[in-house]
Design a protein around this ligand. Structure first.
Ligand code: 0A1
Ligand code: ZN
Length: 882
């Protein structure tokens, strides 16, 4: 029988818990195959709960081995236990204590949820619903308890024993080889923030003194031998702690802050109270194995998890529908941190690129959902770009609309009013309403409506009346389950570019819309804004700094776009103008190629690329960003329907070659001028130079000349850092240069023992265009270094093939879809979260040409017909096919 879809959980059905759990005492006797957990839980009936109301606890694959009520064994007639539920039929009216014994097997826990082992280290992952795989519990975020955890294990196997909060006591167990540690976390928390770690790990210690003078011990725990790879993560942590004090007034609140890096982890990292657990990819770095992007990611993820201590842990979510309350806000905070640490415009462009390439397609496809969903079947599938990235954009808009001071006042009120609570988006917004004296009821629609609004813009200048009219309208295209929508509040940052490129001064109040400083607030379906005293026609620079997560339909002429690309005072819109020019040409070229006609890239676009390259006013990283062509997936998204990925690929190659032919010498000058200046530093300036030099090499390589191939090879073999080595390797492999195989072999020989570096080796090969890649990916799956149980490896090989290689994933013979479908079925048995993530790579299948979309559909149907598909994959496949 086909696996059933799990029942829908609905926001409207939320009810407060019938019982509270005030205190949790856990005694965890760690054994790889048979860990015994004794949970002593102090319950109290909620005032509104009738006496005798059954107490129903969540479980997941649990074996109950003992149960006591107030210290007495419970007769079997008084309860019912299954692996996923424990019901106490007639609990006492007065507060009572349950002692629950369960036995679990960390070694067979391949889902990596609950308690599992990663390379012999015991560790946990409890968000969203993993705690119920450790003991029976009210596993919901609005049940906040104070935890004390005793962890006991073999001293030889697990010299390090870590829990949440502060360490209270350690000792040995008489007559055994075992020892224990007792941890106490004074801050009430939901079960999803529980964690423990036990293993033989190296400790990298440091210290931090908070603004109020409190000493905090900082530690990063890693596998022995990796201690030197933690310096950047530790530095990032200390900078995050200081920044949160300075920018948001938030201090750390325990005596110790521990981070543990593990190699088997479903997500990036987890913000467990006082004991963050990280995918080692976001901790370990040195110039030999990590790219500049890795360094930036580590800085951002360390900050993100640390910032959760206030936005997520001290104030948590009432229910999982409110996930964006902690995630959107925390992503906003980590984006701001990175912007302050690096270049603000560069960071903004990177964040918006990510939003457009990941969140926009999600919002336009079958998996679209509001930032705060109203219904889910499997919460693990809602850790999405919409909740995280669009959620952060919503917070950013709030700041834009309120201004920095009022925004900060609102947040201060939020921390003050809700500290220690599990709360909601409504409560969050109410703080800003109260602090700023405004009404955010229309703004709240951003949380409840799915889909990306399209803002259509038309302008008209009347030289006689000296008026400039801007007609604006907004609409959200239909989304699954949402046929109509209401107008949202859209802050549009703008400037009127005068003939000399400077922003015109606006001397008379504009009519037709609320304008706050340089922001037009679009609030209705249609609005016409009139500016007076505008003698000559300006170029309207709209959506500066990408002030709202919308698609702009603003048809600027070629000249206007070129002008904006060269002159806009807003770096984001300069970048955007270059991208728009390139995108328009790429879409045109792909259309011609599709029809079998020759495509000739636009001379104007090629010229703009040359101007960007020679513009001395642009910083190197910004230049590299502007010279990056829209990705194949972005072009496909822009085309929107009947997409032929081969035509898209060919169009992009054509434009790259044309730019390269025209500006080859200039690119060569950049490559040679910027290379090899001094010792490696991961800072933004040095990273920017490398990015530009590698971007120039990318174009120079497209000349196809022997000396270009030589230059790429030289960069590969002489590189003293991973950024340059990987950039050159990618060119060698993706452009099928003569020494491609030799380069891959050399890389492998150099990095064979480092799995994170080898992930890049898998990824480069999986994303190589060309028919032979599919067979290669299959062969790589049987490589001894490939491990289908390790999420990073699966992502490096299969996820990057499915999401980063459009021509091969969507091959016209369907073999790419089949490979991924087959792999999903295999992985699903072991790790549903990894499988369902991989499944989302089919989300844009309906936009493909009819032949390809039929093949994608049959691959999806093959997955769907599997009888015992996990709840995670069932949910995604059903929604993708609906
Ligand atoms: N809260 C974490 C992300 C996370 C979510 C789920 C996980 O397991 C299913 C693990 C981590 C964060 O935002 O960093
Ligand atoms: Zn988070």
């Amino acid at each position: 029988m086909r696996s059933e879809t799990a029942p829908a959980i609905r926001l409207e059905d939320y009810r407060p818990p019938a019982y509270r759990i005030d205190k949790v005492h856990l005694n965890v006797l760690l054994e790889p195959a048979a860990t015994k957990v004794t949970a002593t839980l102090s319950f109290a009936r909620a005032a509104s709960t009738e006496e005798g109301t059954p107490l129903v606890l969540d479980g997941d694959e649990l074996t109950l081995t003992g149960l006591k009520l107030n210290g007495e064994d419970l007769p079997q007639t008084a309860y019912a236990a299954t692996p996923d539920r424990l019901e106490i039929q007639n609990p006492p009216a007065a507060p009572f204590e349950l002692t629950i014994e369960t036995e679990i097997n960390p070694d067979t826990n391949t889902k990596l949820m609950g308690l599992f082992r990663s390379s012999r280290t015991f560790c946990t992952q409890c968000e969203a619903e993993g705690f119920r795989r450790i003991t029976y519990f009210l596993d919901r975020p609005d049940v906040l308890a104070v935890y004390t955890t005793r962890i006991e294990a073999s001293k030889a196997e697990c010299p390090v024993l870590l829990g949440n909060g502060n360490l209270v006591e350690t000792g040995t167990v008489d007559g055994t080889d075992r020892h224990y540690a007792l941890w106490h976390d004074p801050h009430p928390k939901p079960a999803y923030l529980f964690a423990l770690v036990a293993g033989d790990l190296a400790q990298v210690p440091d210290r931090f003194t908070t603004a109020s003078g409190k000493e905090v011990a900082l530690n990063i725990y890693v596998e022995h031998g990796k201690e030197t790879l933690c310096a950047w993560a530790m530095d990032s942590l200390k900078r995050s702690m200081r920044w949160d004090e300075e920018v948001f007034g938030r201090e750390y609140d325990l005596d110790v802050f521990n981070i543990v890096a593990v190699s088997d982890f479903n997500m990036g990292a987890m913000e467990n109270k006082g004991l963050n657990i990280f995918n080692d990819k976001y901790v370990l770095a040195d110039p030999e194995t990590a790219t500049d992007q890795d360094y930036a990611n580590i800085e951002a993820v360390i900050a993100h998890e640390y910032f959760h201590n206030w936005t997520g842990n001290r104030i948590t979510c009432r229910d999982w529908f409110q996930l964006c309350l902690k995630e959107g806000l925390t992503v906003f905070r980590d984006q701001e941190f990175s912007a302050d640490m690096r270049s603000r415009p560069v960071k903004r462009i990177a964040d918006v690129s990510l939003l457009k390439s990941h969140q926009f397609p999600e919002d336009a496809g079958p998996l679209a959902h509001p930032v705060r969903p109203r219904l889910y079947h499997e919460i693990n599938n809602f850790y999405t770009a919409t909740v995280y990235e669009k959620g952060a954009e919503v917070v950013r808009m709030l700041k834009t609309l309120l201004g920095g001071e009022e925004f900060r006042a609102g947040l201060d009120l939020y921390f003050q009013r809700h500290d220690g609570e599990a709360t909601t988006i409504e409560a969050f917004l109410a703080c800003f309403e109260d602090a700023a004296g405004i009404d955010l009821s229309q703004f709240a629609l951003w949380y409840d409506q799915a889909g990306t609004p399209v803002v259509t813009v038309k302008t008209h200048h009347d030289p006689e009346r000296q008026t400039f009219c801007v007609s604006l309208s907004q609409e959200i295209p239909p989304v699954p389950g949402q046929k109509s929508s209401k107008p949202a509040v859209i802050p549009l940052r703008f400037g009127l570019l005068g003939p000399n490129g400077e922003d015109m001064e606006i001397t008379a109040p504009a009519e037709g819309a609320r304008i706050a400083g340089d922001v037009i607030v679009l609030e209705k379906a249609q609005q016409e804004v009139t500016f007076r005293n505008i003698p000559s026609a300006p170029v309207l620079s709209l959506l500066r700094d990408f002030s709202a997560p919308v698609r702009l339909d603003h048809k600027l002429t070629l000249e206007e776009l070129q002008f904006q690309a060269a002159q806009d005072s807003d770096p984001f819109n300069r970048w955007q103008a270059v991208q728009t020019l390139a995108m328009q040409d790429l879409v045109r070229l792909a259309g011609l190629i599709r029809k079998g006609q020759p495509g000739v890239p636009s001379e104007d676009v090629i010229r703009v690329f040359g101007s960007v390259l020679s513009d001395m006013s642009l910083d190197a990283q910004l230049k590299a960003q502007a010279l990056t062509l829209p990705s194949e997936a972005d072009i496909a998204q822009e085309i929107g329907k009947n997409v032929d990925p081969d035509a898209v690929h060919a169009a992009r190659r054509l434009l790259r070659q044309a730019v390269s032919r025209q500006h080859g010498d200039a690119f060569l000058a950049v490559v040679t001028g910027l290379s090899g200046d001094g010792a490696y530093s991961p800072n933004a300036a040095a990273a920017g130079k490398r990015a530009l030099s590698n971007r120039a090499l990318y174009y120079y390589a497209a000349t196809g000349s022997p000396d270009a191939a030589e230059l790429v090879w030289e960069r590969f073999s002489a590189a003293d850092n991973m950024t340059d080595r990987l950039a050159a390797l990618t060119l060698l492999v993706h452009d099928h240069m003569p020494r491609e195989t030799e380069a891959l072999d050399r890389y492998k020989a150099r990095h064979e023992t480092n799995s994170l570096a080898m992930d890049k080796w898998f990824m480069v090969q999986a994303t190589a265009p060309g028919e032979e890649t599919l067979a290669k990916v299959r062969a790589l799956m049987s490589q001894p270094l490939y491990d289908a149980g390790n999420p990073n490896r699966v992502r490096a090989l299969l996820q990057s093939f499915a999401t980063g290689n459009p021509t091969q994933f969507a091959r016209a013979d369907g073999a790419g879809f089949e490979l991924i479908a087959e792999s999903i079925l295999e992985i699903d048995k072991r790790n549903p979260q990894v499988a369902s993530r991989l499944l989302t790579s089919f989300r844009s299948w309906r936009a493909l040409d009819p032949q390809r979309s039929a093949l994608a559909e049959s691959a999806l149907l093959r997955v769907s017909s599997c009888e015992d598909l996990s709840r995670d994959s069932r949910d995604i496949v059903d929604r993708t096919l609906q």
